[in-house]
Ligand binder design. Structure first.
Ligand code: B1M
Length: 254
């Protein structure tokens, strides 16, 4: 029994190491440091009960715990950044260490979405006419949308009308959406090292189509250096700074 468990964990570690390897050699060359796979965070020792609920995927506990945070005077944005996001980071670390598996990530993802659904109305200004427009999406091949959804929410809260194209978005679909909605800003998100080339392809497609938009990229594996390399106009490491980057680029265009 113990031998079977050990060999399962060993197989898991082997396959995850393979996954983390850079694609076709070019990333390692272009981005020293990415070869190790991913930015990582330590697992929290004593997480907040809300963070614990996210890690354990206890969706039904989320509303009550959020209300407790709000009653204690915490701001919605701080609850996202300080309570929820660290929970997902811990989930990622545990997955990488082969302590949990894809279904556990899915369940944690559901709890996170439940929490964001509750907090969204508090983050978005209601009834104010948006000053700017943006298109956002997760690039082709990538199904992760939690970070992208938080950025979309924060942008809406900063008075930007956001057209969210969802996940696994082809470069041509970004081009079509820009033609249709005429935004001044496009946001691209990716969580996988293997889909970073799709981000490059998307920026290229937007440039080749001659569209006058600023492109901001983000997501755990990407960096400022990568943004520069693929010809994006901006990079943000988190949703809070994605607002500053967006506003900076939009004002520079006005
Ligand atoms: Co996936 N997954 N996953 N996963 N998953 C990661 C990304 C991973 C790091 C886990 C790990 O190994 N430690 C790893 C990628 C490794 C790598 O690429 N080197 C991984 C893997 C391997 C996979 C699969 C391949 C697993 C498999 O099937 N064997 C598979 C791929 C599927 C696919 O996309 N084709 C997969 C699937 C999934 C689920 C579907 C189960 C689920 C996603 C649910 C969902 O999104 N609806 C899932 C989850 C939940 C995760 C982790 C645990 C959490 C992701 C998350 O929501 N983070 C993740 C580990 C991790 O992130 N540490 C992991 C919280 C979120 C708030 O952070 O998205 O980084 P993040 O967003 C931040 C910033 O990055 C930034 O702002 C956000 C808020 O501050 N940001 C932007 C993001 N986008 C931005 C855009 C901007 C600006 C800033 O401007 C436009």
């Amino acid at each position: 029994m113990a031998v079977a468990r050990a060999s399962r964990a060993a197989r898991c570690r082997q396959s995850r190491n393979n996954f983390a390897r850079p694609v076709a050699g070019w990333l390692e060359q272009d981005l020293p440091g990415l070869g190790k796979g991913y930015k990582t965070v330590p697992i929290m020792n004593e997480p907040h009960p809300l963070t614990e609920a996210i890690i354990a995927g206890r969706s039904k506990d989320v509303a009550g715990l959020i209300n407790q945070c709000l009653a204690a005077g915490e701001k919605a944005g701080d609850i996202v950044e300080k309570r929820l996001v660290p929970g997902m980071m811990t989930v990622g670390e545990k997955f990488k260490r082969c302590e949990i598996f894809v279904p556990d990530m899915l369940i944690a993802g559901r709890a996170m979405k439940e929490a964001l659904k509750i907090l969204e109305p508090l983050l978005v200004i209601a009834g104010v006419k948006p000053e700017h427009r943006a298109v956002i999406g997760t690039v082709e091949g990538d199904l992760h949308d939690i970070g992208k959804n938080i950025v979309a929410m924060m942008w809406k809260g900063a008075n930007i009308e956001v057209f969210d194209l969802g996940v696994n978005v082809r470069p041509a679909k970004f081009v079509e959406a820009v033609k249709q909605h005429q935004p001044k800003l496009v946001g691209l998100s990716t969580l996988l090292t293997t889909t970073m080339p799709a981000m490059r392809d998307t920026v290229k497609a937007i440039r080749d189509a001659g569209l006058a938009v600023k492109v901001v990229i983000g997501g755990a594996p990407v960096t400022q250096e990568f943004a520069r390399d693929i010809g994006a106009d901006g990079y943000s490491p988190d949703a809070g700074s994605a607002v500053d980057t967006a506003i900076g680029l939009l004002q520079a265009q006005a």
